[in-house]
Structure formats: structure tokens, C-alpha cells
Design a protein around this ligand. Structure first.
Ligand SMILES: [Cu+2]
Length: 217
């Protein structure tokens, strides 16, 4: 239903829309019924109250319908969750290194950068590592967020479906300059990406220099 920059983002938006639609639907049904009953069964119009006995059909209906709806939500949520936990066999491995207060990225061929570069339509497994405290790697447009936990390597799986520039933020308070801990994701077409990836891999590119300089400190 929604067209996001990844399949996962589209799924999350569709499920979110479904949940909100169901919630608003029930809100309207309950509110309208309540207001109607206030008028229809007020004391003047309906002076004699009647004792209502249990109704098996009603009880089955109001248990069955919400159960089906929440199972539906759970099923689609779980399906899309597998999409970010199961590692595809052809996934490239990129290291995301968090430190106070910047993210940097290390590619399989040894290249490093301060901006995350990915190719459209490719599978990636990002290994999330922190060199100091806990951080959290958040790509809002991708609807994906995962902690960088001290002493442990977490991961996230993603597959960009669109080229473009996307914000990356640290979303776990990690000290003084946490609010400035932003980075960028740039998704390129595959041929452009390969060109970028192999560019200056023997010499030093600008981004490599800054990363190396930061690491030497
Ligand atoms: Cu941080």
C-alpha cells in the first residue's frame, strides 16, 4: 500500500496504517453507539430498565472479531520482522562503528567512510559495534533502529529499494554531544556504487583520511 525506500519500511507503514484504521474504526463505532444509547435509553424516554441476560452469540462475536484482528496485526508484524532478522546468503557485510560522537563505516574491501554508502537492490548485513558506550543506529526513513551495545555485536539487515539520501541518527543518549551524532546514508545505483567503493582504495580518499585521523587519536 505504501511505497517506502525499503520493503520493510513499506510493510511497517502499511501495518501502522491498518492498526490506526482499526483503532479509529472502533473509536467511531463505540462513540456513536454510546451517544445514541444516551439519548435512546435516557430515563424520560425509557423509564423502565430491563435486566439484560447474557447472550452467547454476542459474546462469541466480540471475542472472535478482535482476536482475528489482533492476530492479523501480529502475523504481518512478525512477517516483516523476519525480513530484518534473517540474513540473506548474498548479503555484504559492513561494519558500523559508533563512538562518542560519530558513526563510521568499514566496507569488506577495507574502505572506510563517515557517510554510509549502499547500492540499490543489494542485501546488506550491518554489524553494529561500539568502541565506548551504548549508541543506537537509527535510519528514520527505513523505520529501522538497533542498539550498538558495549561488549556485544548486534546487526541489522537491509536492502535499499530506492536511491537517495537518508538521515542517520544516534537514538540512545550517549553523552554530551549525543544530539549532534548524525550521519547520512547515500544509496547509489550499483555501477556508481562499485565505482565509489573501489575509488581511492589504495590511495587515501578524503573520507578515509578523516576516519583514520579520528582512529589514531
Ligand atoms: Cu550515540
Amino acid at each position: 500500500m505504501f511505497n517506502g525506500p525499503t520493503q520493510y519500511a513499506s510493510d511497517v507503514d502499511s501495518i501502522m496504517f491498518f492498526i490506526i484504521a482499526v483503532s479509529v474504526g472502533f473509536l467511531v463505532i463505540v462513540t456513536v453507539a454510546m451517544i445514541y444509547f444516551i439519548f435512546r435509553y435516557n430515563k424520560k424516554r425509557h423509564p423502565q430498565a430491563r435486566d439484560v441476560k447474557e447472550s452467547a452469540i454476542l459474546e462469541v462475536v466480540w471475542i472472535a472479531i478482535p482476536t482475528i484482528l489482533v492476530l492479523f496485526m501480529f502475523y504481518f508484524g512478525l512477517q516483516s520482522f523476519y525480513g530484518i532478522r534473517e540474513i540473506p546468503a548474498d548479503a555484504s557485510n559492513i561494519k558500523v562503528i559508533g563512538r562518542m560522537w560519530q558513526f563510521s563505516y568499514a566496507y569488506p574491501n577495507g574502505k572506510k567512510s563517515d557517510t554510509l554508502f549502499l547500492a540499490k537492490g543489494k542485501n546488506y548485513k550491518l554489524d553494529l559495534i561500539t568502541t565506548d558506550v551504548n549508541h543506537s543506529f537509527f535510519i528514520p526513513a527505513y523505520r529501522i533502529k538497533e542498539d550498538l551495545s558495549a561488549g556485544k555485536t548486534n546487526y541489522m539487515v537491509l536492502k535499499p529499494a530506492e536511491t537517495g539520501e537518508f538521515d542517520i541518527a544516534c537514538s540512545e543518549y550517549c553523552g554530551l554531544n549525543h544530539s549532534k551524532m548524525y550521519s547520512k546514508l547515500i544509496v547509489l545505483e550499483e555501477n556508481q556504487y562499485n565505482e565509489w567503493l573501489n575509488q581511492g582504495i589504495n590511495k587515501n580518499t578524503d573520507s578515509t583520511k578523516t576516519t583514520n585521523a579520528a582512529e589514531k587519536k
